[in-house]
Design a protein around this ligand. Structure first.
Ligand code: PLP
Length: 379
């Protein structure tokens, strides 16, 4: 049987991985500055993570949400403690799109309305409402276009208020640091405006922290550079270090009802154990503070490179913007310098999303190899 061919693949076959390195079937060692798309948070094959998952698997791997699973409450308590979002309620699912789909659905239940406001260059996933709120027509099928979504630019408070005042909006969904869109951020002033307008007009503000959450940005959630309380926060990627787990935090003012949301796999025993292990390692190894420090080190270094036109992002959600498309550079980096990096919808942006355990010495290797790669492609 053929695979349904939707991914343009690099010709690399990873067979094992340790911390920030991935090894392929030919024995080549790659420095992982991509983290499997911001998923690897505590490093590949962390001992505590493997031990916890193995222990859990030997006890019970899965049972459905028809019975009690105390690990879910433990995870809710730990997320509350780490994120300082104690006044929220946790609903668990299995991916970023599913988290956003549930967040948008919940916003619509709560407000009784259905129009969504999203932002230019947004990416929120590929399910029905999440993909409709994604600013990319090419990945929306006619079916998805029946959703009622308005895209706005960041930082235009007046325009946002005009749209909100029309009275039919259920949610404003934003990324505090855009991932796929290319690392643009709304200004702090605009984040406060969104918060204020949503509160004034009883609309749900949804912070999509699927990529930026779980300490990657140097704060637990990237929106936390501002002291706001979004009505709903969505999470996934780094939450399970590769185990598929996602979730939403719904503010305590949102009332739950049986059947309102649901899933078969969400919050299963293995998923909870994976996420509990991730939180323990983030805490024990001080990875949130480390992400901030490593990000600053990277930014300082990158700003001195003349071919880099702009350094974007914060913590370990970073990007280097050039004045040429980075496709050939990424190929040179992976095939000849053996470094994984990421791309984005901004074709000139190289994205850097390493495990949060990355050290200065790894960035030093990267910058040296980047220089060689730039020479090799004649920049
Ligand atoms: N939201 C953001 C900000 C993302 O970056 C992504 C994936 O890249 C998603 C949602 C969708 O997550 P998933 O691919 O797990 O469905």
């Amino acid at each position: 049987m053929k695979l349904f061919d939707v991914y343009p693949l690099y010709d690399v076959v990873p067979t094992h991985a340790k911390d920030v390195y991935v090894y392929d079937d030919k024995g080549i060692k790659y420095l992982d500055l991509y983290g499997g798309h911001a998923v690897i948070s505590i490093g590949h094959g962390h001992k505590l993570y493997k031990d916890r998952l193995t222990k859990q698997l030997n006890e019970i791997g899965f049972y459905s949400n028809a019975v009690k699973n105390p690990l879910q409450q433990q995870l809710a308590d730990n997320i509350g403690k780490h994120s300082h979002c104690n006044d929220y309620q946790l609903f668990l699912c299995s991916s970023g799109a599913e988290a956003n789909e549930n967040a948008l659905k919940l916003a619509s239940f709560v407000t009784g309305k259905k129009r969504i406001i999203a932002f230019n260059n947004s990416f929120h996933g590929r399910t029905s409402a999440a993909v409709a709120a994604t600013d990319n027509l090419a990945i929306n099928a006619p079916l998805n276009l029946q959703q009622d979504v308005t895209f706005l630019p960041f930082n235009d408070e007046k325009l946002l208020e005009v749209e909100i005042k029309k009275g039919d909006v259920c949610a404003v969904i934003f990324e505090a640091i855009q991932g796929v869109g290319g690392l643009d951020e709304p200004s702090e002033e605009f984040i406060y405006s969104m918060d204020r307008l949503c509160k004034t007009y009883n609309i749900c503000l949804i912070a999509d922290e699927v990529q930026s959450g779980f300490s990657r940005s140097g704060t637990f959630f990237a929106y936390q550079k501002c002291s706001i309380k979004p009505n709903i926060i969505t999470m996934a990627k780094g939450m399970g270090n590769g185990f598929p787990v996602g979730g939403i935090l719904a503010h305590s003012s949102i009332e739950s009802k049986y059947g309102m949301l649901g899933t078969t796999f969400g919050g299963n025993h293995l998923a909870c154990s994976a996420s509990l292990a991730v939180l323990d390692v983030i805490k024990k190894e001080g990875l949130q503070e480390h992400a901030k420090k490593m990000g600053n080190y990277f930014i300082d270094f990158a700003q001195k490179i003349s071919s880099v036109k702009k350094v974007k992002g914060r913590g370990l959600m970073l990007g280097l913007e050039f004045d040429f498309p980075v496709g050939p550079l990424r190929k040179e980096l992976i095939y000849n310098q053996h470094i994984f990096t990421g791309g984005s919808s901004n074709k000139n942006l190289l994205r850097i999303l390493p495990p949060l355990t990355i050290q200065k010495k790894h960035f030093d290797i990267f910058f040296q190899k980047l220089e060689e790669a730039l020479k090799a492609i004649n920049v």
